[in-house]
Design a protein around this ligand. Sequence first.
Ligand code: G6P
Length: 612
Amino acid sequence: MCGIIGAVGTRDVVPILLDGLRGLEYRGYDSAGLAVIDSTQRPVRERTRGKVTSLVEKLNARPLCGTTGIAHTRWATHGAPSERNAHPHVCGAKVAIAHNGIIENYETLRRELLATGAMLESETDSEVIAHLIAREIDADRSLLDSVAQACHRLEGAFAIEVASPKVPDALIVVRVGSPLVVGIGDGEAFVASALDALLDLTDQFVVLEEGDIAEVRCDGLRIFSLASPKREIKREVLKVEGKRHLKDKGEFDTFMHKEIHEQPEAAVRALESRISGTRVLQPVFGVAAERVLSRVRSVHIVAAGSSYHCGLIAKYWIEDVAGLPCQVEVASEFRYRKAVVLPGSLFVAISQSGETADTLAALRISRRLGFVASLAICNVPTSTLVRESNMTYLMQAGPEFSVASTKAISCSLVGLLLLTLLLGRSRGHSPDAEAEVVEALHSLDDDIREALALEPQIETLAAQLIHRNHALFLGRGPQYPVALEAALKLKEISYIHAEGYPAGELKHGPLALIDESMPVIVIAPKDDLIEKLASNVREVEARGGELIVFAGQDTSFAARSDMHVLPMPRVHELLAPIIYNVPLQLLAYHVARCKGTDIDQPRNLAKAVTVE
Ligand code: G6P
């Protein structure tokens, strides 16, 4: 993954680069660095293991200054998170580069460079890029040509920014498979992995397209095709106004806690202008939606992480309510297999960031497979996923900074439920069924608030879980993916191993794990499966497992010494997955808080996974 930022102007760019890195840290945070061309026309750099704050401390002790510079925040793929492997990478005083992506043929290139006497210092795949460019500079090519020639040797995905004393007042940048945006300021210019990082600097943007190589100067931008670097390309300048989202935790100690509590308002925004009294408004998915949805005979959902779990919940809805076949799979699997696409199939990609590499690759592959259309369920309007899909549902969750997704899940589930209702309508379902769900959606925010009110009890229970090494989450029907999501949350932020299971599968293996040291968390809304679930709970009870039951109204679970019962609000059956997910987020959060882990930035993870 990683985030890159660059700037060229007439003022010192170091503060701009540091500020930009803070805005990109969600893409990786195990090491950081920057390089500027200094007053002696040499690339000078500072790098550190750890987060941007460590880089700031180092720069306070040894300041750098320059009007052209590049910077990077890393999520290690090749080589440990260390200062030596941190970007920018340099080749002597000739060139400094920062790279986001993966160079798949780096071992071949590395061997070739070492054989010709290159001194490679890091274990990264990226360092070869600096050496390949330097080699071309030595052959007396222009900087732009040198970068283009070097890129022709690279296989994989990369966004690269290059600073060199050869052209001290310009940056050369390339986009192949990883996002890159240029911001055009007043007498200065910027580049970044994501537009949002530049919003405080300018409102004029050029989103580079696949295969673009650009020369970025303070007084202009020239874009060429990497395939033929003599051919200049014109790209549209977008005006995007707004401020970079303030990274403000407000009264909360972490973004995750704040974002969990923002869910009632986020749900209201996700529904805003999308439902009326008893109906879903047709243009929810864009003007073309009515025509497209009437042709849909099946749905194929692709996503990663928590977004994938949203897709699994939607499968229950789409098949049960709309009566259409629905497949769901993780993007990293879909992209490398020969998927059989049913006639009239709609491709749905779910992604909070809209930049997850596997999900984007899946979307691009889907275009060749005969889908009716593609629909992006996404939280970032300027993301690649939104730009490349036929139809969009914007989650309106607001910026999500915590690596573990919370409010985006609720909002994408809202979008998927609206999709289900529209698909049902296009198949001639009764407006009464739609009206019943829409009426329930009007009080979704209150239902979420009621679930959040369980926090004091959850906090007490969480304190008892911190010494456990494992936990099991059980659900049936659409609550099974809720169990999967709850297990993911607990493991990613508290580092306790957890698994989600369909409760009916218990006796096919996991029951063997049950004893008094195994907490079993049960998701038990009042629905058609509640009696079946109650039997599964008894199976755990009989083996001495400690039970925590999130129980719907009118269910028969009674608190005992070995069974904690958390009474959940009375909710419409279809809304249960959205609402039951909320206290489970709180459970993971409080366990992690008691354990003292880094909740917003768990070890080894990143918010936007822009490499495969
Ligand atoms: C990472 C994040 C998860 C997220 C997943 C998919 O693993 O830590 O919270 O669910 O990526 O991200 P997306 O932006 O595509 O929803």
